[in-house]
Ligand binder design. Sequence first.
Ligand code: FAD
Length: 250
Amino acid sequence: MGRQGALWRPAAFDPVTRTWVPRESPGAVPVPELEGVLVGDESSLRWAADDFGHVVHRRPRAVLRAGGVADMTAIVAFAGATGLDVVARGAGHSVYGQAQAAGGIVIDMAGLDLVGDVCAERVTAQAGALWSEVVDATLACGCTPAVLTDYLSTSVGGTLAVGGVGGTSHRYGLQVDGVEELCVVTGAGRLVTCSPEQNRRLFDAVRAGLGQCGVIISATVKVVPAPARARRYRLYYHDLATFSQISGSS
Ligand SMILES: Cc1cc2nc3c(=O)[nH]c(=O)nc-3n(C[C@H](O)[C@H](O)[C@H](O)COP(=O)(O)OP(=O)(O)OC[C@H]3O[C@@H](n4cnc5c(N)ncnc54)[C@H](O)[C@@H]3O)c2cc1C
């Protein structure tokens, strides 16, 4: 999440003393108590400054390996107070630096990967869970999320932040259309539950909100019965004219 009007920007994170050393004020700002770890080592910073596209490289000052929900509220509030950019990173399958933060904090969501509460109508998963993990849990109950991206090694938070289109979108819409409830950490560092009935504006802003309107902590999504078998067709066209003619005439 970007923010404006920062009074000062910390110059460096010292992983040994776990403090931010401000550029314009003497002294240091202590990092809040965390269940996970805030790291600033070279390999973590390099990891956070890269993604699937390998095109954009923005180096953060630190990476939070999130250990629990409380870490999220603490670090977002801390980032707000210190004027740092903070961004959530799921599986890092962005192609143009969307989950990077120059000079800020990248939150590695991988630690928040619990999948629970599967029933015939819905499943609740933490945002760092991969869709493949969600599918494993739901298939055990004979169901599947109504819409899945074709590629399942993306995170729940990562695709809900962009919309999520898949092979059943012609029937059920985007993944965000099947979301019933979200737990979100707002820019003020508050944990808020939102749904069509509760905090509707936040719910609408966060779904496909490109990570700019809050960090998704968990999502409850609609499931449908999983077919016992599926047949997949792959149709090859050797030239565009034939493909356009056929798709245009259907
Ligand atoms: C091989 C491949 C196949 C793909 N197939 C499909 C497809 O079939 N359908 C489709 O719709 N898309 C597809 N995509 C695109 C993909 O869905 C998006 O790039 C998605 O954002 C990647 O999710 P991620 O977990 O890797 O997120 P990241 O790359 O880590 O983050 C993407 C964005 O989401 C934000 N974000 C991540 N976690 C959270 C969170 N918890 N709360 C708030 N914001 C968050 C980040 O800040 C960033 O802006 C594909 C991409 C690749 C590389």
